[in-house]
Ligand binder design. Structure first.
Ligand code: URA
Length: 205
């Protein structure tokens, strides 16, 4: 997998407006689901790809997994609007299957461009698929969640905090505490709550 994959081409809002690179995803999507949040966010979460609710609403993590992420952000003193949230692929895979390696590769340039341009302090891949995609190696996510690694992503060396997918907390309640701790650690490492007194940065504006 190469970081000079050809799919660069985000607009000024870091959005892809048109793309037909993955025939199966073009068939299954209702729309392209772009990243949301500040374009200079200190903290960037990267999921796998849109599910049914995200495909319907056009925003990442707005279904049940998103509710868990929002709750963990709130507990960490952040609002959803304080962080950037995106996905490895921007179109919903059919029947919520994992994105295929060629689909991940087709979309990689968009993701690395987004990372280069946002230039976050910390990246948090949510789950195994985005962790392996960003680090370009196998990741035993359950045993390594919570650890921070350095990785070259796009044009720079990045700090990456490994984390389980929020959906894991829904089917295995015992993952909840670790997930919430990882999000709190991410907020801390990124300095995302600095100067907020534990409140959302949005209160400043
Ligand atoms: N799961 C993901 O990985 N991404 C989303 O946007 C929603 C659920």
């Amino acid at each position: 997998m190469s970081d000079d994959a050809p799919a660069r081409g985000l607009d000024d809002d870091l959005c892809v407006r048109e793309c037909e690179r993955c025939p199966a995803l073009v068939d299954s999507r209702s729309r392209i689901v772009n990243g949301v949040g500040p374009t200079d966010a200190a903290l960037l979460f990267v999921g796998e790809g849109p599910g049914a609710t995200e495909d319907e609403e056009g925003e990442p993590f707005v279904g049940r997994s998103g509710d868990v992420l929002d709750e963990a952000l709130r507990e960490a003193g952040l609002a959803r609007a304080d962080v950037r949230i995106t996905n490895c692929v921007r179109c919903r895979p059919p029947e919520n299957r994992d994105p295929r390696s060629e689909e991940l590769a087709n979309c990689r340039g968009y993701l690395t461009e987004e990372i280069d341009r946002v230039d976050p302090e910390l990246i948090v891949p949510l789950g195994k698929v985005p962790s392996e995609h960003l680090l370009d190696r196998d990741v035993a996510i359950t045993s390594t969640a919570g650890s921070v690694v350095e990785a070259r992503v796009g044009g720079a060396a990045r700090r990456v905090l490994l984390c389980v997918h929020p959906a894991a907390t829904l089917y295995d309640r015992s993952q909840r505490e670790g997930f919430f701790e990882a999000v709190a650690e991410a907020a801390d490492l990124a300095g995302a709550t600095e100067g907020t007194g534990g409140q959302s940065r949005l209160g400043d504006y």
